[in-house]
Design a protein. Structure first.
Length: 131
């Protein structure tokens, strides 16, 4: 892993997230997660919309699990309905569960097939902690 010896400010985070190099973007996303830079939440939401690299998108969603708030939860719900990639959808379900573990207890999907998929993903996340 990389050691982070300095504090980031908003301008630095945005500059690094705008790097054309996906590995630089991935490192800064991981740094935000490891250092739990909560003020970066809104920056990551904005960045997510333009991130093209799937691994980085997954990394952003994993970071939301650590620094997320109600704003993140709303955004993750939008992503959940629009996302087609199953790996990413899987992480989004976990993200929502990590931010609010009661959310899915009161959730009724419009599409039963989608609901079943979400239920299976949720079951995996829950049982992962039991084993």
């Amino acid at each position: 892993g990389v050691r982070y010896k300095f504090k980031f400010n908003i301008e630095q985070l945005i500059f690094l997230l705008d790097s054309p190099n996906p590995l630089v973007r991935k490192e800064i996303i991981i740094a935000i997660r490891e250092l739990k830079i909560e003020f970066a939440n809104a920056i990551l939401i904005k960045h997510y919309k333009k991130e093209k690299n799937l691994r980085n998108k997954i990394s952003i969603v994993k970071t939301f699990q650590k620094i997320g708030n109600p704003l993140t939860l709303d955004y993750a719900l939008q992503l959940l309905f629009n996302e087609k990639d199953l790996d990413l959808k899987f992480e989004i379900v976990n993200c929502i569960y990590q931010i609010d573990n009661n959310f899915f207890s009161n959730y009724t999907p419009k599409n039963p097939t989608e609901g079943e998929l979400i239920y299976k993903m949720l079951l995996h996340h829950k049982s992962r902690y039991i084993n």
